[in-house]
Each structure stands twice: as C-alpha cells, then as structure tokens.
Design a protein around this ligand. Structure first.
Ligand code: IMP
Length: 195
C-alpha cells in the first residue's frame, strides 16, 4: 500500500522503509512537493505526532503517518522529552543537543544515567487516527561513540547491548530493538489486519 511518512528526517525515513519492508510504498512529503517545516507546537509527543500527520493528511487526503520521539533522562526529570529536537538551539542541531545533554548530566554526579527513547506514531488511515507507541530503555554514555544512526544515538547505550551505543549498531540491529521499530511494527501489523 502507498503511504506517506510525514518526516523530512532521512534517518527516520530509511529506518521506516526497512522496518515496514515490502508491501508498503513509502513516500515523504518532499516527494509530493511539500517541503516546508511543520511547526511542532504541541506539549506532548502525542500532540506533535498528530500535528504532523494531520498537516499532511489535510493537504493530500492520503493515508499517512508521523512519529514524534523524545529522549527522557531520569536524572533530568524526563528532559529533554518533547523538546528533544530543540534542546540546545532552535535548529535541529544534533551535535549541540548532545553537548548540552552531557553538560547537564555532569551537573548531576552520582545520579543514575538511565533514560529511554519514546516514540509515538499517529497513523491517519481512511481519515481516522490510530496511535502506536514504542520505547527503548538504556543509559546515557559519558561521551560519543559510533558513526551510525542519527540524533542522540552516539550517547545512548541500550539495555540489550550494554557494550555499545546505538550509533555502534548496524541498522538492522537498531530497528529490531528500537522505539520506532516497535511502534512501526505495531502499525504495520494493524494495517495488515485492517487495510
Ligand atoms: P523528532 O521526533 O523528529 O521531533 O525528534 C526529536 C529529537 O530526537 C531529534 O533531535 C531527533 O534527532 C532525536 N531522535 C529521534 N529519533 C531518534 C533515534 O532513533 N535516535 C536518536 N535520536 C533520535
């Protein structure tokens, strides 16, 4: 089936294509001439994923989905959470965000560095919304390691691979355990049963 993933993030798009596999023709907004940034003005991951999915559905009438992901760090009271993309600056500056995260954790010596990625996916199918969620538990590394993935991957050590950051895992391994992998596989299963 043909479906639009409401994202401009190439890393997310590549992951989703691998996770959903054959049977889905995945398009992104740029493929159909929508290139503007969608403003994420919500106060929760749910709200932001709805904003992105509705934006694309309202303009195209097509089935589509969006994800919004946050990194929740326990020692920082769940921050950066819904503000993960713009933690350090207004732009999506992955490097600056990681620098700020490590600096904030240095101010909490002795505190556990436990954290999780949480993804909320909103699917708009035949005009109706459906929600799917996935989490990945782990700890924040003291410094960056690895060159794969994107975003906070170089400083996130998943519980399943305590020797590696997510940026040291190959795509297939990340997708098998990741927050987005879990949410998108649940969505794909729902679509296979209901589409
Ligand atoms: P958003 O869902 O695009 O708003 O992402 C929020 C922030 O989390 C951005 O800085 C992303 O780069 C980061 N992020 C989203 N998904 C992942 C992931 O799978 N790994 C690492 N960082 C991520």
């Amino acid at each position: 089936m043909k479906i639009i993933f409401a994202t401009g993030n190439k890393g997310k798009l590549r992951e989703a294509a691998e996770i959903l596999g054959e049977g889905f023709t995945l398009m992104c907004p740029a493929d159909i001439g929508i290139t503007e940034d969608i403003e994420e003005t919500g106060e929760t991951l749910e709200e932001n994923s709805v904003i992105k999915a509705d934006y694309i559905h309202d303009r195209t009438g097509m089935d589509c989905f969006a994800d919004d992901t946050g990194l929740e760090v326990d020692a920082l009271g769940g921050a950066p959470g819904v503000h993960s993309a713009r933690y350090a600056t207004e732009g999506h500056d992955f490097d600056a965000n990681i620098d700020k995260l490590l600096a904030e954790l240095e101010k909490c010596p002795g505190e556990p560095r436990t954290a999780r990625f949480r993804s909320v996916v909103t699917l708009v199918f035949k005009g109706e919304r459906h929600f799917f969620e996935g989490t990945l538990e782990g700890v924040i590394a003291p410094a960056r390691r690895g060159g794969n993935g994107f975003g906070y991957d170089p400083v996130f050590i998943p519980d399943e691979f305590p020797e590696n950051t997510v940026a040291e895992l190959d795509d297939e391994t990340k997708n098998a355990i990741s927050h987005r992998g879990k949410a998108l596989r649940a969505m794909a299963e729902w679509l296979r049963e209901n589409a």
